[in-house]
Design a protein. Structure first.
Length: 297
């Protein structure tokens, strides 16, 4: 790709922002890191992919202590070394069983150490476990006071979980709910997404291109997706990502382990879907008409 093309993508990515509850504007298109750092043979490509994404304006990086038992966090730490820290928005997640007063501070410090940074921009409870929400929220607020994190949120919380969180002292300081969301998994649109919008908390969509396997293949090869990809001369993957990005309050964090795939993801911002495109996708993959169980990968 030419320098002009890269500059165009970067400008478009930098222009697409989502507002967090505290007013902070973050990139709508970020980078996921699930499975990164687990295979030595992929390390070089993964580093180059993350660096390219940052250079293209995808400066929000999502990881977790669970991913590769910290390997993904170490990979992020290595990738960001040459970039100004203030230009990045770093997200990590704590295991539910580590989200109590005895363990969460150690977990957070371990994540910071692996990433070689002093603070996280966002720290998420990876999913709801047995630790009372009151205890986890209290610890999150303490981490903010300690300067270890700037804000906190949750992941894999359904509507009832969010309602419980909202009733918890300090729970209304939640900044984000990260859940699975893509064209083939639209269950959150019935109750969870409306709840999030009412309370002005953005959704962060993991696996916006769907996981591999039969479901992903069916999405990519569906005639409606193919028709839109041919209309704009883009890939089916870019159509799926553009669908998620059509929601201005949803942050997408696709994972790409190769520079070419990162560039493809970033270029999707140049091709917003129009109402006719979205109507075609609605007809092919109807939005839910009832409450559905929250999909979790």
């Amino acid at each position: 790709m030419t320098e002009g093309g890269i500059a165009e993508i970067r400008k478009a990515c930098e222009a697409k922002k989502v507002r967090l509850p505290d007013g902070t504007m973050v990139p709508q298109l970020g980078q996921g890191t699930w499975y990164m750092g687990e295979l030595t043979g992929r390390h070089k490509n993964e580093l180059e992919a993350l660096k390219m994404g940052i250079g293209l304006g995808m400066t929000l990086l999502d990881t977790a202590e669970m991913y590769g038992d910290g390997a993904a966090e170490r990979t992020v730490g290595e990738a960001i070394r040459s970039f100004p820290r203030e230009k990045l928005f770093l997200v990590s997640k704590v295991y539910p069983h580590n989200a109590d007063r005895r363990r969460i501070f150690h977990s957070c410090e371990d994540s910071l150490r692996r990433m070689k940074v002093q603070t996280l921009d966002l720290y998420l409870l990876h999913w709801r476990g047995r630790v009372p929400l009151e205890e986890t929220v209290s610890c999150m607020e303490e981490l903010i006071r300690q300067g270890k994190i700037k804000r906190w949120g949750v992941s894999n919380f359904d509507t009832a979980d969010m309602e419980d969180l909202w009733r918890t002292p300090g729970g209304q300081n939640c900044a984000v709910n990260q859940v699975l969301y893509h064209l083939g998994s639209r269950g959150i649109e019935f109750s969870l997404l409306p709840w999030m919008r009412t309370h002005k908390i953005p959704v962060m969509a993991y696996c916006p291109l769907a996981q591999g396997g039969r479901l992903r293949k069916g999405l990519l090869e569906h005639p409606a997706v193919r028709e839109i990809s041919e209309k704009y001369d883009i890939t089916s993957e870019q159509v799926l990502l553009s669908f998620v990005l059509s929601h201005p309050d949803i942050i997408a964090i696709p994972k790409a382990g190769k520079p070419a795939h990162v560039q493809q993801n970033a270029a999707a911002v140049l091709y917003p879907l129009d109402q006719g495109d979205l109507a075609k996708l609605d007809a092919a993959f109807p939005p839910p008409d009832r409450k559905m169980h929250l999909d979790i990968v």
